[in-house]
Design a protein around this ligand. Structure first.
Ligand code: NAD
Length: 282
């Protein structure tokens, strides 16, 4: 995996400012709390007010100063206002974590144009809006920093029951790799994080398309994520490790590492495995 010098080290985040989108649940919440524990100021956004308030309260209990904002990441103007409030409140941003994202289970033939637009607006344009809103001032300040974009193991190896989701996460990976090359001159690192199966509320929030009993399929999905047992706390620790090491691509959990390697060294085998895996979500 490519590796180069990053200016940001996360062991001590005292005086550093961390922005997390989708901080009201799962991976975003745990990244926020870990950064709070390490001394960071936090700027958090989500559309889930209750979840975000819980995260903010837990972060303040760890001694952090926290700014929260209700932002739909698919709305560019709202993201710009959030960035303005962050720079007004804290004066700088060191780490931008474009985490907010949504899932959708379904093959291509079961996915409507409306579903595609919803996923594209949040999973791709949410990352674009986050970068657009924060990067110019980060670059202008000249102190470097880091951007983390949440892709997925489904952004490394396509899955025929996650067609539209996979497409958006491949896009996030491509965007992140290009952005990393562009921002190197400004001392800003970029990491595409590709988690495998992580036990979060995503299994409850993800629409399920296609034939079959939706409730039954959701139960099976949630139970397989629970059995896998990989926690968002562990993901948060690995994300900060990837920032410290300035990784270009950070697969997280064994299955994501396997999918990363197989998709590069044995694509036909990787596709065979992905097809078998997709059977579980039908
Ligand atoms: N859980 C997994 O197995 C897994 C695997 C790979 C990648 N990911 C990615 O990790 C990220 C976080 O997922 P998670 O598992 O923590 O899910 P989650 O559902 O627990 O949390 C996602 C958060 O994003 C927020 N959000 C959704 N749409 C939003 C919008 N339009 N604007 C602002 N906030 C919004 C939700 O309200 C929620 O608080 C996502 O990008 C997801 O695709 C998750």
């Amino acid at each position: 995996m490519p590796r180069s010098r990053s200016r940001l080290k996360t062991a001590d985040l005292i005086g550093r400012v961390v922005v997390v989108t989708g901080a009201g649940s799962g991976i975003g919440r745990e990244v926020a709390l870990l950064c709070a524990q390490r001394g960071a100021y936090l700027a958090l956004c989500d559309i889930n007010d209750a979840g975000m308030a819980d995260t903010a309260e837990a972060a303040r209990a760890r001694g952090a100063q926290v700014l929260t904002s209700r932002v739909d990441v698919s709305d560019a103007e709202s993201m710009t206002r959030f960035a303005q409030a962050t720079f007004d409140g804290f004066g700088r941003v060191d780490l931008l974590v474009n985490n907010a994202g949504v899932g959708l289970v379904g093959g291509f033939l079961d996915t409507s144009a409306k579903d595609w637009q919803w996923l594209i607006d949040i999973n791709i344009m949410g990352v674009v809006h986050g970068c657009n809103a924060f990067l110019p001032t980060m670059i202008e300040s000249g102190h470097g920093g880091h951007v983390v974009n949440l892709s997925s193991a489904a952004g490394l190896l396509a899955n025929p029951q996650l067609t539209a989701y996979s497409a958006t996460k491949f896009a996030v990976l491509g965007l992140s790799e290009a952005l990393r090359m562009e921002l190197k001159a400004h001392g800003i690192g970029v990491t595409a994080v590709c988690p495998g199966i992580i036990n979060t509320a995503i299994t409850q929030n993800t629409p399920i398309r296609g034939d079959g009993d939706g409730d039954e399929r959701r139960k099976r999905l949630a139970s397989s994520y629970q059995k896998r047992g990989y926690t968002p706390e562990r993901v948060a620790r690995n994300i900060l490790l990837a920032v410290d090491r300035n990784r270009a691509v950070a697969p997280i959990a064994a299955e994501a590492h396997l999918m990363y390697v197989l998709s590069r060294v044995a694509p036909p085998l990787a596709r065979w495995i992905a097809t078998r895996m997709a059977e579980f979500s039908k």
